[in-house]
Design a protein around this ligand. Structure first.
Ligand SMILES: [Zn+2]
Ligand SMILES: [Zn+2]
Length: 343
């Protein structure tokens, strides 16, 4: 089969056409990949960042946001049969640790991630444990199915802030932040203020239903938030940017008793005025990783069924595997939305 391989300990990747077809072991299914989306994690691997160097062992096919069709099932597989349409859940949980046994498999103590620790989805076929398959709704295309995993991250962050009826700030309008804007509106958030320095992404946030859009490099975000909320501050700030400066500023934007949800991963420690921003405000701070298995998937399906959220809008570009370099350039250059690769 063919696949996009991280071959060497340097920037870039290579398209290989001589990879062995995967065979399913016990409890595993082989999925014919119909569409895969490029994630920030894949950009780390492509660019060979320190984050990737500490985790990925070349040569390996990468990519983890995908949808496709089951073509083979291993022994003891119960939930899937050949021909089923599936979307991929990235977490490979151990099923035995304290986290897994208490309903928190998405935060397993022995977690492996598809496309980081095990062969990924930028290939004709991928072999996954059946626990990493989600039945793809008939109303969704494979390309939309490939966007469900990051949609789950957006949803999981919003679930922690219970945004219905509230005035919220979303920091960062990358693909996950953009989907969060749409979900927040579908969930009935009253005002959704989006802060994002890339103009094209900020414009997209407006199309997704942001009530206020702010360029933090040109405007005073805090002044806007205070103005919009009559001086009180936002009910919740949800960070999808991972930017230390954005997160630092974010704590000053919540009202007393407000909530800060941290989703984006900062690359360095952040200094926060805990007295004024947390203690005197009696603030709630929550970290969120991935999406729950499978509560968040069910919540995503509800929003999709509502008709108030069109996941297809997030697809900004699509490329065949043999043009993967252009696809990665689009994603690196901050195209507003998701870049899809099709075998
Ligand atoms: Zn991802
Ligand atoms: Zn576990």
């Amino acid at each position: 089969m063919k696949g996009i391989v991280k071959e060497s300990f340097a920037r870039g990747a290579a398209l290989r056409r001589d990879l062995p077809d995967p065979r399913p072991g016990e409890g595993e299914v082989v999925v014919k990949v119909e569409a895969a989306a490029i994630c920030g994690t894949d950009l780390h691997i492509y660019n060979w960042s320190p984050w990737a160097q500490a985790r990925v062992k070349p040569p390996m096919v990468f990519g983890h946001e995908f949808a496709g069709k089951v073509v083979e099932t291993g022994p003891y597989v119960r939930r899937f049969k050949t021909g089923d349409r599936v979307a991929g859940e990235t977490h490979i949980a151990c099923g035995e640790c304290r986290q897994c046994l208490t309903g928190n498999a998405h935060n397993c103590e022995n977690m492996k991630i598809i496309g980081v620790h095990t062969p990924g989805a930028f290939a004709d076929y991928i072999c996954i444990p059946e626990t990493c398959g989600w039945h793809l709704d008939e109303a969704l295309s494979y390309e939309e199915g490939a966007c469900l995993e990051p949609m789950g991250v957006a949803m999981h962050g919003l679930e922690a802030a219970r945004v219905g009826g509230k005035d919220i700030v979303i920091l960062g309008a990358g693909p996950i932040g953009l989907m969060a804007v749409g979900i927040a509106r579908a969930h009935g958030a009253r005002r959704v203020i989006v802060s994002e320095p890339v103009q094209a992404r900020l414009d997209a946030a407006g199309r997704w239903g942001a009530t206020h859009t702010v360029r933090p490099d040109r405007e005073d975000l805090k002044a806007v938030v205070m103005d919009v909320t009559s001086g009180a501050g936002a009910d919740a700030v949800i960070d999808y940017s991972g930017s230390p400066r954005a997160i630092q500023a974010g704590f000053s934007l919540i009202r007393k008793g407000g909530t800060v949800v941290l989703v984006g991963l900062p690359s360095e420690p952040i200094v926060i005025d805990v007295s004024d921003s947390v203690i005197y405000k009696e603030a709630w701070i929550t970290g969120v990783t991935g999406r729950t298995m499978y509560g968040t998937w069910l919540e995503c399906q509800k929003v999709l069924d509502s008709g108030h959220f069109n996941i297809g809008q997030i697809i900004a570009a699509r490329y065949p595997f043999n043009e993967f370099e252009s696809a990665f350039e689009d994603a690196i250059n901050g195209i507003p939305g998701k870049v899809i690769l099709v075998p």
